[in-house]
Design a protein. Structure first.
Length: 237
């Protein structure tokens, strides 16, 4: 439980750090955020293919089908809640409202659940999964804060809304650890496969399209570094 609470809290804190960076160093954050996005995309892809999918296959035979279901499910969820950052200051399609805020909170809650489920399998899977979540929650915080500022939210509201989003991650982690600890191995395999589907969706639908909007060669290199980092981490542990 201590590990789940600690790492869930660190993941939530990474979101808040991204928000605070935009609040106090907005130009700097927006200038370099693409590099964090690049690294996060590589990490999410690597954790999905090197850790979550293989572990899911060990526990549940049809886990690849569940990965696909996870991809489709998160596409449907995001069809109702738009959380992408937009370059235009006035953009009705990507305008932040309560639904977008709730969507960000729900996404953070799911990240927490993934941490809790991973620690129910083993500590190392929990650690690697947490690293993946931290790597993409930090740029998610950058994006969330940028969206809210572009929608003319005041600093105080941006901070308190972002704090609620950040707290959703440790809450989800603790709830998953408490209530999913005694489920069967097949259920855990299904949950890991859904997590893999969510990671793949975030990488392919949210992060990689941002890289296409910025043709800096460093983006590709950082994405490869993210993949290599998780691969080497898996070899060491």
């Amino acid at each position: 439980m201590k590990e789940v609470l600690l790492y869930g809290g660190l993941a939530g804190l990474s979101t808040l750090l991204g928000v605070l960076l935009v609040m106090y160093k907005r130009k700097l954050a927006e200038k370099y955020s693409i590099y964090f996005v690049s690294f996060a995309a590589g990490v999410l892809l690597a954790v999905s293919f090197f850790e979550l999918i293989p572990e899911g296959l060990k526990l549940y035979n049809n886990s690849l089908l569940v990965v696909l279901v996870g991809l489709i499910l998160f596409y449907l969820i995001e069809s109702f809640v738009t959380i992408h950052v937009c370059k235009e200051e006035k953009c009705e399609l990507h305008k932040v409202g309560w639904m977008s805020f709730l969507g960000l909170g729900f996404h953070s809650l799911i990240d927490g659940v993934i941490i809790g489920v991973s620690f129910n399998i083993n500590i190392m899977l929990g650690l690697i999964t947490t690293i993946a979540i931290i790597s993409h929650e930090f740029p998610e915080g950058l994006i969330a804060a940028s969206l809210m500022f572009r929608s003319k939210f005041k600093k105080e509201k941006v901070f308190w809304y972002s704090l609620l989003v950040a707290l959703a991650t440790p809450v989800g982690a603790v709830l998953a650890y408490l209530f999913l600890g005694n489920v069967g191995s097949e259920v855990l395999g299904i949950l890991l496969s859904l997590a893999a589907g969510s990671f793949l969706y975030v990488a392919m639908a949210n992060l990689i399209p941002e890289l296409h909007n910025n043709t800096n060669k460093m983006n590709f290199i950082l994405m490869l570094i993210g993949i290599l980092f998780i691969y080497l981490l898996g070899l060491v542990f």
